[in-house]
Design a protein around this ligand. Structure first.
Ligand code: MG
Length: 388
């Protein structure tokens, strides 16, 4: 006789009531999906959203999309994919500490940069310029378009049919709240705390890892960091704890110290704001007079000073500017060429051009490209003796 008891998994929706803070979003309270679907036997709706995002083509393409440095620079710096994973990991840590819905937080983090075109912000600016007579281009709006329409993996619906709260987080991030596809999501006051956490984690992740990458590829040196108060003070913390250490350990230790400082500060500040505004429910979060997740005024000032340094010394470094200029040129040239000669578009896109309009279709095709695909496409169109 075997009396070994089998593990009985708890009903996770009941567990949410037990373990989540009262101001966390509960899966049971979700507004659901555009196309209703039966519940999954063992995954919550937000777990399922996360899985759909990870299995999407757009997600895999993040691997070869520029964060700041184009993907060919070397094999060690961040791409849009590793940035996304860092944001997801920091967001989950914060969410768990605050008692928020970790599955929802993770889904929002994994989807947050899905709409980025190739070549980072340079590619985005170029596409916006190309599309200015046709509604413009913005990565948050395009991200929504991907998950609502462009992904085509499911027989029963277009896109990924994600839960309303994941779409809402993406929409509320848009710089174009007047756009018709954004409007339906702007009904509820402040974003959910889960969305606010991802927003804060995104910002602290890229400030820190852009610094790390800039050091690693030699755009700046450790000595340059003396002009940044945040780095000076974080370096002092590192030295107090470890004494003098070799540069190859100093740099990652400094990066860890910066992340740890910001996350600790963010947790303290957020808890303080939740207390001050007496936040008890999701409705309280919605009606709060300000965003509740964010750094202290002190860290905010240090962060702004760091961002100013990054703008001056990294994002405008001539090597970065060359990549950006080249990226912009490739995007603009491809856009013009496909609009001039739609017969050069792959079959699937050519068919779509008749229903969605030529410019929008070319924009969708371009925005979906990875850096290297866009570069190859440019060579295929403009360079003699290149394989078609
Ligand atoms: Mg991001």
């Amino acid at each position: 006789m075997n009396d070994h008891p089998l593990f009985e998994p708890p009903d996770w929706l009941d567990r949410e009531d037990e373990v989540l803070a009262p101001y966390a979003m509960r899966t049971r309270l979700s507004k659901g999906r555009r196309h209703p679907e039966p519940a999954h036997p063992f995954r919550t709706a937000y777990q399922r959203d996360r899985d759909r995002i990870i299995h999407s083509t757009a997600f895999r393409r993040l691997m070869y999309k520029t964060q700041v440095l184009v993907s060919q620079t070397n094999d060690h710096h961040r791409t849009r994919l590793t940035h996304t994973l860092e944001v997801a990991q920091i967001s989950r840590t914060i969410a768990r500490q605050l008692g928020l819905n970790e599955d929802l937080t993770e889904a929002i983090a994994l989807v947050h940069d899905l709409g980025h075109p190739p070549f980072g912000h340079a590619g985005e600016a170029a596409l916006h310029e190309c599309m200015k007579e046709h509604g413009g281009f913005e990565h948050n709006r395009h991200g929504l378009r991907i998950v609502e329409l462009l992904e085509y993996r499911y027989a029963d619906f277009p896109g990924l049919n994600l839960s309303w709260e994941v779409l809402e987080a993406q929409a509320m991030h848009s710089k174009r709240p007047d756009a018709p596809e954004i409007q339906p999501f702007l009904t509820g006051g402040q974003p959910l705390l889960e969305a606010q956490v991802v927003d804060a984690a995104d910002s602290l992740a890229y400030d820190t890892h852009d610094l790390d990458d800039a050091l690693s590829v030699g755009l700046i040196t450790l000595a340059d960091l003396h002009e940044v108060e945040f780095c000076r003070r974080a370096s002092e913390r590192v030295r107090r704890r470890h004494g003098v250490i070799a540069p190859e350990q100093f740099q990652p230790t400094l990066v860890r110290a910066l992340i740890d400082w910001q996350v600790t500060d963010l947790l303290e500040q957020t808890r303080e704001r939740l207390r001050r505004h007496r936040i008890r429910t999701v409705d309280d979060v919605r009606q709060a007079p300000e965003a509740l997740v964010g750094p202290s005024p002190e860290v905010c000032a240090l962060k702004m000073d760091l961002e100013d340094f990054l703008h001056r010394r990294v994002y405008r470094h001539h090597r970065v500017m060359r990549m950006a200029t080249k990226g912009r040129r490739i995007v603009s040239a491809l856009f013009q060429e496909f609009c001039r000669a739609p017969e050069l578009l792959p079959e699937r896109y050519r068919r779509r051009a008749t229903s969605d309009g030529l410019e929008q279709t070319v924009c969708d095709y371009l925005a979906g490209m990875t850096d290297r695909f866009a570069q190859n496409e440019y060579l295929r169109l403009y360079q003699p003796h290149t394989d078609v």
